[in-house]
Design a protein around this ligand. Structure first.
Ligand code: ATP
Ligand code: TZE
Ligand code: MG
Length: 267
């Protein structure tokens, strides 16, 4: 099965040459996202200051931008990093956390979208609202099923000529033409904060590994989370033990197991 094999091949390629990924994430996610990246085999750097964000993007393999704890200073850093990534031909990933909640966030996301993200990753409520639909999100949490976001994700991908990933019980990835669903994970994942933010960083790591193929990169990152999440969930007693078991499962995951266990379906 080609998708499964590609996923394992990309995991090996990432670990053989750990990509430097500039992660502009949020105060909640910074620690867990960096640990997720290290466990999976990437090299994260949480660099967001306006004074250095653009310079750092130019030396990174990819950039990820998450607006979870936005402020004016951080936004300036995000915009200059995204401009730099575009100018230097680096893939960049947008995570539009709760962008529908306030005017400040809506405007920030509109400015970031103008800088043409390579990939957008969000939960179902975020993607529905970004495509102009009526999402039912509450703050940073989704209250919509992925299925409701699928058609809107296709439209969003076409409009912005990018890859769009919607995560939830079964994830959905599209570039506006082709699409995949990725099953797996655990109901404990939304009970641990910032795992979606961490996944956005890992999408950046895979995009750095295969910059000409952001679709396969996104599928690979989601498949890694789905398989490691399923393994951690099977042994966990609750969100706290899930959290450390998930890091251990990520670190222990090998390409053969990933390719054998990933459940990737054409949509
Ligand atoms: N009910 C579920 N069952 C299985 N996997 C899930 C479930 N909910 C979320 N996931 C997985 O959790 C990971 C994070 O996705 P999620 O949609 O929760 O992101 P998010 O809402 O942006 O998270 P956060 O904002 O807390 O970082 C993905 O790998 C997704 O597949
Ligand atoms: C809880 C929370 N608040 C802002 S960002 C964040 C992490 C999950 O998106
Ligand atoms: Mg999120």
């Amino acid at each position: 099965m080609p998708d499964q094999t590609t996923t394992g091949t990309l995991l090996n390629a990432m670990r053989a040459n750990p990509p430097l990924v500039q992660c502009i994430t949020n105060f909640v996610a910074m620690n867990i996202a960096a640990n997720v990246m290290l466990a999976a085999g990437a090299s994260p750097a949480m660099v967001h200051a306006e004074e250095e964000a653009a310079e750092f993007a130019a030396i990174s393999g990819a950039l990820t931008i998450n607006i979870g704890t936005l402020s004016t200073g951080w936004l300036a850093g995000m915009l200059s990093a995204a401009r730099s990534a575009r100018e230097t031909g680096k893939p960049w990933v947008l995570d539009p956390v709760a962008h529908y909640a306030t005017a400040f966030r809506r405007k920030a996301v509109a400015q970031l979208l103008e800088l043409q993200p390579t990939i957008i990753r969000g939960n179902a409520s975020e993607i529905i609202a970004l495509a102009g639909g009526a999402g039912r999100g509450q703050g940073v949490d989704s209250r919509d099923p992925v299925e409701l976001a699928e058609e809107l994700a296709r439209q969003l991908a076409e409009r912005h000529e990018c890859v769009v990933a919607v995560t939830g019980v079964t994830d959905f990835v599209t570039d506006g033409r082709k699409a995949r669903r990725i099953a797996g994970g655990s109901p404990l994942m939304p009970q641990v904060t910032a795992l979606g933010c961490s996944l956005t960083c890992l999408v950046g790591a895979f995009a750095a590994t295969t910059p000409d193929n952001p679709f396969d990169a996104t599928v690979a990152a989601l498949a890694v989370f789905a398989v490691a999440g399923e393994q951690a969930g099977a042994a966990a007693d609750g969100p706290a033990s899930f959290s450390w078991r998930f890091l251990d499962a990520l670190a222990a995951l090998d390409a053969e197991t990933l390719s054998a266990k990933a459940r990737i379906m054409t949509a």
